[in-house]
Design a protein around this ligand. Structure first.
Ligand SMILES: *Cc1c(COP(=O)(O)O)cnc(C)c1O
Length: 355
């Protein structure tokens, strides 16, 4: 049976990415060697890495002084690397979910954190909006898409200080103005590649202004200086990332992805709103187009397990909600075809007709 993969991360990749990665694991760039056994300093792999960096810059239309790095340690490593490199005394954060919360916790190790808004008391079902970014902080940090709760900030903030953004689960799904950002980071396993690599985009002029000593590996300048090859980078995930980036470009770039993502999300949210058995969990204006969270309406709460099993019987995989929200979460990343969303919506309709 055809599977429809709604996992939140690691998550669906394009067939193009999977096929080319599998081929390269057998014979990489006609070297007669597996991608798994070649030097990261071979000319073939250096070319892969350079092309991937260039494509990130091209797809996101990054200005000249923004450097693209492929680092290990996951997005979670950036929770400490950001303050390590940028915080002199104080930074501002919004608290919009578990990941934002974890980022705040790390930042507090390095200085004072001003939390500009938090929706924690309502289990993060909305994005705080009633705040002004102060001008006496070193940077402002936010999470653009809250993967666990299904809320998203689909705009760029105007800020008097550099903006740092965790775009792990929505990078390449929205056209944005990169000049509004100082640092962008994204774990690749949500919308780009297998786990193991994090894309970090750094405006170089922001670095070198803190007094503290920074361990070599945690200093962005180390990686910029060596074109992201200071040490062995995650070779296979970078190769896969390149395949996905090529696919995005071929499809028409980020704008084309955004159009498709908006259509897919509308199809599912319309059904959640229409179907008497279900309801969405977050404020309508903050709904994520990447992670759609929904639960059974209270009158039908006892049908949750039955619907889950029904969905599984249709080939639908990975819609169990995160334990802190419950119910269901359907992740609609770029690689998920519209057809899979239609299969889910049809399952919801069929299930409604049975009850
Ligand atoms: C998944 C996720 C993370 C954590 O990523 P790791 O690569 O596992 O460290 C951080 N932020 C967001 C928004 C995420 O979705």
């Amino acid at each position: 049976m055809k599977k429809h993969n709604f996992y939140a991360g690691p998550s669906i990749l394009t067939p193009y990415t999977i096929k080319n990665t599998a081929d390269a694991v057998i014979n990489f760039a006609d070297t007669g060697l597996s991608l798994l056994e070649v030097s990261h300093r071979s000319k073939e792999f250096v070319a892969v890495c350079e092309e991937a960096r260039a494509l990130v810059a091209e797809l996101l239309q990054l200005p000249e002084d923004y450097k693209v790095l492929f680092l290990g340690g996951g997005a979670s490593m950036q929770f400490c690397m950001v303050p390590f490199n940028l915080m002199k005394k104080k930074a501002a954060y919004t608290d919009t979910g578990t990941w934002a919360h974890n980022a705040i916790k790390e930042a507090k190790i390095f200085g004072e954190v001003e939390v500009l808004g938090s929706s924690k008391d309502e289990n993060y079902i909305y994005i705080p909006k009633d705040f002004t970014i102060p001008s006496d902080v070193d940077y402002f940090h936010f999470t653009s898409n809250n993967t666990i709760y299904g809320t998203e900030v689909r705009k760029d903030y105007d800020s008097p200080v550099p903006v740092v953004c965790d775009m792990s689960s929505d990078i390449f799904s929205r056209v944005f103005d990169p000049t509004k950002y100082g640092i962008i980071y994204a774990g690749a396993q949500k919308n780009l590649a297998p786990s193991g690599v994090t894309i970090v985009i750094v405006k170089e002029s922001l670095l070198g202004h803190v007094d503290r000593e920074i361990p070599t590996m945690l200093d962005y300048r180390t990686h910029i200086k060596k074109d992201t090859m200071f040490n062995t980078p995650p070779v296979l995930p970078i190769y896969s990332a390149l395949q996905t980036l090529k696919y995005y470009k071929e499809q028409g770039g980020v704008a084309a992805m955004e159009k498709l993502d908006l259509e897919k999300a509308a199809i599912l949210y319309d059904e959640i709103d229409r179907n008497k058995l279900f309801r969405g969990t977050v404020a309508e204006e903050d709904r994520s187009i990447m992670n759609v969270c929904f639960v059974m309406n209270p009158d039908y709460a006892e049908l949750e397990k039955e619907f889950y099993d029904f969905a599984v019987s249709k080939g639908i995989v990975g819609i169990k909600g995160h334990r802190s929200v419950g119910g269901f979460r359907a992740s609609l990343y770029n690689a998920l075809p519209k057809e899979s969303v239609e299969v889910l919506v049809n399952a919801m309709k069929e299930f409604e007709a049975k009850h």
